[in-house]
Design a protein around this ligand. Sequence first.
Ligand code: ATP
Length: 297
Amino acid sequence: MTQVTVRAPAKINLHLGVGGLRPDGKHALATVYQAVGLYDDVTAVEAESWSVGLTEPVDGVPLDDDNIALRAGRALAAHHGLDRAARITIAKGIPVMGGMAGGSADAAATLLALDRLWDLQTSDDDLLRIAGTLGSDVPFALLGGTALGTGHGEIVTPVEDTSSVWWVVVLSDEGLSTPAVYGHFDELSPDAPAEPPVPDALIAALAGGCPEEIGDLLANDLWPAARDLRPDLVDVEVTLRSMAPDGVLLSGSGPTLLVLHEDVDEARTTVAELTAQGYRCTLAPGPVAGAHVVTYA
Ligand code: ATP
């Protein structure tokens, strides 16, 4: 085999419960992830030295050792004691700095692509463990579907989700820094609990699969911090809530906003209305599968 392409999905957080800042600089999370149908495709080819590129230029994606895909490749090689390298090429379909974990998707896709390219047969447990050392959202990008995330998000447990929904994804022209949002959360929430509670009601609603019940239970503790840092989001939120009072959500640390729909035609109508008002938006189904191989050569 000379090349492997893996597709990995964006994530949203149906619930994002954030704990107080810990001495190690991290936050305990109790989150419910859902993988949604916006994807990055990552192609790995054996090479003399490590490098990363994009199929098309995209602002904000580092093309040096800061790229998390390269960190993932090196971590997998180190885990197996291999002195090998690869050229990683990314086709980005996930917004950059949008709160949809595009970098994490690339890391997960790289782990899987190199595991297959080099026929390493890494166990699922080891892949998830290596993923967790790369970033909180990376294990979930491997798993996909809908899952509870605990620890700082890296401990993922699948949850039953019988829903099948459409998210209107409202994009922002400017990214929002995840560390900045968490930093402001710390200022706004000095009394946040050490361990945020697991959202049992949402987990029960997902098993039932009723989008209206799920819509009522969407929650994100980072909303106040994101609104402060990006006051322009407040107007967008007001517009979206006038269309779907209970199905509006900030994606992760933002600035992407989401509107839940059960029916794809209604979702398309919302996209058309928002587009006519000048918003940039797209549609994504959820839940979808985690990182998976799409082509071998
Ligand atoms: P986070 O996953 O930290 O919540 P996000 O989902 O909002 O972030 P990403 O698109 O993952 O946004 O980008 C976060 C940061 O990671 C950016 O500063 C970006 O420069 C950096 N980065 C590193 N590697 C990648 C990559 N392969 N794709 C996108 N961004 C990357």
